[in-house]
Ligand binder design. Structure first.
Ligand code: ADP
Length: 259
């Protein structure tokens, strides 16, 4: 708290009282701390793949190049790490664009069924790689949903990507769209590992990961859900989640069916 005291002077400059103003600067401080933490987190996230790239390149020059087998393995790691770096930079840019408000929502009528089917086609490689069966449930006569097509596609991609990534090989993932009295409900449901209750409110924070080791292997940027949260906020709605440890998760949100 910041305190300002101004004396009130009466006749002959006698002090007859004082005005005390208390400023609550907690929010400002919090914002500043968050900003500092974010920069520290970004630096850390960038440093990890860069250190690894440098390490493998140096080892190659130091002699590993002479062994074609080892060399090929190292070059493959260098490719994977560069890809991780590219994804991270892309996600950071995306998040900053949404937050700065530059990428404003272009309200459109979204044909939900068409969107979900194009999503299914796009996700086919990931689905096949993990032998996940994706079911899309969408009534034929669903009204249009209002939103920015590419942003909503991004939201559903991130949610479904996670559902696929965190499920065990061979499990099922479901995307459901349905009409409610106040709009269209979208649900992405998996029967993966679930999220512990105390982590649930935090999974939408940037770089928050439930299980660090697990995620590094799966190669996420830790920004997917933060992007989802921001996009839906710019649409005047919000992402919600229900999850049971060992049972699976359900991420869901509503979009308006009229402007
Ligand atoms: P990441 O790139 O690590 O997947 P996200 O922001 O998309 O980052 O998700 C944040 C964290 O929330 C993940 O690291 C993971 O621990 C957890 N998470 C997200 N979706 C799921 C899911 N469907 N099942 C289990 N855990 C999930």
């Amino acid at each position: 708290i910041e305190v300002n005291i101004t004396p009130i002077l009466g006749k002959g400059n006698t002090n007859i009282g004082a005005v005390m103003v208390l400023h609550d600067i907690t929010d400002l401080r919090k914002l500043e701390t968050m900003r500092r933490d974010f920069v520290a987190n970004v630096s850390h996230e960038l440093r990890t793949p860069v250190t690894s790239l440098k390490g493998y390149a140096e080892t190659l020059l130091d002699g590993a190049l002479d062994d074609p087998e080892t060399a090929r393995e190292f070059v493959r790691i260098i490719l994977t790490e560069s890809e991780r770096l590219r994804m991270l930079v892309d996600d950071l840019l995306e998040l900053s664009r949404i937050e700065s408000g530059k990428d404003s929502v272009e309200w459109q009528k979204i044909d939900v069924s068409a969107l979900l089917h194009s999503l299914e086609v796009k996700l086919r490689p990931q689905l096949e790689a993990r032998q996940i069966e994706l079911t899309v449930v969408c009534p034929e006569k669903l009204p249009y949903a209002w939103g920015d097509y590419s942003m909503i596609e991004q939201v559903l991609t991130n949610l479904t990507d996670n559902a696929i990534k965190y499920s065990a090989i061979g499990e099922k993932v479901k995307i459901v769209a349905s009409e409610k009295s106040d709009g269209i409900l979208f649900e992405v449901i998996d029967s993966g590992p679930g999220i512990p209750e105390h982590d649930l409110p935090r999974v939408f924070e940037r770089f928050y990961r439930v299980d660090k080791g697990r995620n590094r292997k799966q190669g996420g940027t830790g920004l997917g859900l933060a992007i989802v949260k921001h996009i839906l906020e710019t649409h005047g709605t919000r992402i919600q989640v229900e999850s049971t440890l060992g049972r699976g998760s359900r991420f869901y949100f509503m979009l308006r069916n009229k402007l």
